[in-house]
Design a protein around this ligand. Structure first.
Ligand code: BF8
Ligand code: SF4
Length: 635
């Protein structure tokens, strides 16, 4: 199997191979064949009488030592993955909420409220009064309400109940899946899946859905507070792929998730004094900050910072020999980066007390002294630059233009240039007429199990040709960015006639002099909440619920437990959700059946598992067709 379809990635890998450096692809090869019990979800280590395993082929025991069968094991495994994903997004959101609180009480001077309008909108939505109040006291109440959402409350989560349709809330109540605390729901999931608690696989799966809805609330909260503290994104033009690294600059990659770190480093990297120091050290172009993964998306949208790489190819940034520092916070950071950085002059810098890596330098990041830490980080990179070996520098000269920053507000703003009184009308009219056949949100990662970007590449072309409007977040945006899909040129080249006409009309009204990009980059993985907001607005406007809309989601190359949590809430929100990799559920026919079929009767959404990208696109098109028929629209 090819490692990637991206030439820059392949070139960096080749360079690394020449130096005998092993990467994720080599480690994957060494793991193969992977354990069949694990792959199908039928092993359990939830107590010390285990490990227990059940053959997916019907040989040997049919139950673990305690009597748990394959259905229970698979459901418990999946539920714990959702809980882990939720705890990650929850940790990220709580970090943001604490910082907002510190900002409001004057203990985080480096984090002023940058978007007062967004603060007021969020406050209004969650029932915090804004009349005649100063900004900091509104922020304090919003932060307190956010923090209340983490422990057990009497009422549904504020960040879930106030952001979905009324119909969804009723459905969630009906099936008993309303979360009342983000952390408490994670804790409940861990409790019910431990030794001897929930042994009803369907009940366990309903628990997983409840937890996934807590994940949704956490994602939404993280997005809201990021906008309040750093500004709501508006469209920007920048570049993506390894070619954004510069021979003549101190290159610093920001990798991980939370803008609390990356936004401050981005701000400080623009300071004249810092750039002068870099120049004095011999870097004629000063400091060049680039992004990796989701935090890369955050700074791409707000600071036009280019995206070097993402997800499975994160190690390639170091293999260019031109990276002086890789600065990380948490999530999706391969521990292997430390060993690879050691083969070069590159400094790997960890910043969070919960995410240390042996071999890395740890510069702890605190809200109270954020800019100070950022300067220390940059100084460390400048020092490393002076040890860079020019003979080992190999920056693939490949990068694409990338338009980013299509927040919900930016999309509505662009549409309002077409219809000021009723911005959603042009979108809805075009869906009704069939110019826009449907909408597909691409989310999630790149996995070593699929040729990198191959599924994204094949699916987007097929869907766009059939007039499907494409939204992207997380490493899906990274994949599309690398291949030039975040551009108006891609619209000209790949969009079907109806879609092209709509993107051109809106692009022209927005003063672009041409169409909007083929794929609208909506941000990081927590920003999947932005896509949900657009869908909720359309559903409310049409007076229907989400499960009726011709809207689908796809994670063609998923990896993480966070992706499992997001996929699960997309299903609960009513979206048919495609996965391009088979999750570890095949050991239980019952669980596989519930996830791909039965769940549809309850929530309207369901999983479509299809590794072949063209077949996947076909399936999504046919689902969109069914939904259109259901609404009485031309299929
Ligand atoms: O939260 S898409 S590899 S970076 S999990 Fe990770 Fe997957 Fe990328 Fe962002 Ni999302
Ligand atoms: Fe085995 Fe049951 Fe313990 Fe799991 S919980 S390891 S199935 S005895």
């Amino acid at each position: 199997m090819e490692k990637s379809i991206d030439k820059a990635t392949l070139s960096a890998l080749e360079h690394g191979e020449k130096s005998g450096i092993r990467t994720v692809w080599d480690r994957y090869a060494a793991q193969r064949p992977q354990c069949g019990f694990g792959e199908t979800g039928v092993c359990c280590r939830h107590c010390l009488q285990g490990p227990c395993r059940i053959s997916p082929f019907g040989h040997g025991p049919k139950e673990g030592v305690c009597g748990a069968n394959a259905d229970v094991m698979v459901a418990r495994g999946l539920s714990r993955a959702v809980a882990a994903g939720t705890s990650s997004h929850g940790g990220h959101a709580k970090h943001m909420a604490h910082t907002l609180l510190k900002s409001a009480i004057g203990e985080a001077a480096d984090y002023p409220i940058r978007d007062e309008a967004k603060l007021k909108t969020v406050a209004g939505r969650i029932g915090v009064s804004i009349d005649n109040r100063d900004i900091n006291s509104i922020a304090l109440d919003v932060a307190r309400k956010a923090l209340e959402d983490f422990s057990e409350k009497e009422s549904p989560l504020t960040w879930a109940a106030t952001t979905v349709t009324k119909g969804r809330v009723e459905t969630f109540l009906k099936f008993g899946v309303v979360p009342t605390g983000i952390d408490s729901t994670v804790s409940e999931s861990m409790h019910r899946t431990t030794y001897g608690v929930d042994s009803d696989p369907v009940n366990i799966l309903l628990g997983a859905i409840k937890c996934a809805l807590a994940d949704y609330a956490a994602c939404h909260m993280a997005t809201d507070i990021a906008d309040i503290l750093f500004g709501t994104p508006t469209p920007v033009v920048t570049r993506a792929n390894l070619g954004v690294l510069k021979k003549t600059a101190v290159n610093i990659a920001l990798h991980g998730h939370n803008p609390l770190l990356s936004d401050i480093v981005a701000q400080v990297s623009g300071e004249k004094a810092m750039n002068d120091r870099a120049k004095a050290a011999g870097a004629s172009d000063g400091i060049n900050v680039v992004g990796v993964c989701c935090t890369g998306n955050e700074i791409m949208m707000r600071h036009k910072i280019p995206m070097a790489t993402s997800s499975v190819s994160q190690e390639t940034a170091v293999l260019t020999g031109a990276l002086d520092a890789m600065v990380v916070d948490y999530q999706c950071i391969m521990p292997s980066l430390a060993g690879i950085a050691e083969c070069y002059h590159t400094k790997l810098i960890t910043t969070m007390p919960i995410a240390k890596i042996p071999g890395a330098i740890h510069i702890e990041f605190h809200e109270s002294s954020a800019k100070e830490s950022a300067r220390k980080i940059i100084e460390t990179a400048i020092e490393a630059f002076q040890k860079r070996d020019p003979n080992r520098v190999n920056i693939p000269e490949i990068s694409s233009t990338a338009y980013a920053g299509f927040s919900t507000e930016a999309i509505i703003g662009a549409l309002s240039l077409v219809n000021k009184e009723d911005p959603l009308k042009p979108l809805i009219d075009n869906i009704v007429s069939g110019n826009i056949y449907g909408v597909c949100l691409f989310a999630g990662c790149n996995t070593v199990k699929v040729t990198q970007d191959a599924n994204y590449f094949a699916m987007v072309k097929e869907l766009a040709k059939n007039n499907v409007l494409i939204l992207a977040t997380g490493c899906a945006s990274g994949a599309f960015g690398r291949h030039g899909f975040l551009t108006p040129e891609a619209t000209e080249k790949y969009a079907g006639p109806g879609l092209k006409a709509v993107l051109t009309a809106v692009g022209q009204a927005a003063g672009l002099g041409g169409p909007l990009p083929l794929v609208l980059h909506m941000g990081s993985c927590v920003d999947n909440s932005r896509a949900a907001d657009v869908a909720v607005a359309v559903a409310n406007k049409l007076g229907v619920d989400l499960h009726m809309l011709p809207v689908v989601a796809s994670a063609p190359e998923p990896v993480t437990e966070k992706a499992v949590a997001i996929g699960t809430w997309a299903v609960a929100a009513g979206l048919p959700t495609h996965l391009g990799v088979v999750p570890p559920v095949l050991g239980s026919k019952l669980v596989a059946e519930v996830l791909t079929s039965t769940v549809k009767d309850l929530f309207g959404g369901y999983f479509i598992v299809e590794p072949d990208p063209l077949k996947a696109a076909e399936k999504l098109l046919s689902v969109i067709g069914e939904r259109r028929k259901g609404l009485g629209l031309m299929a």
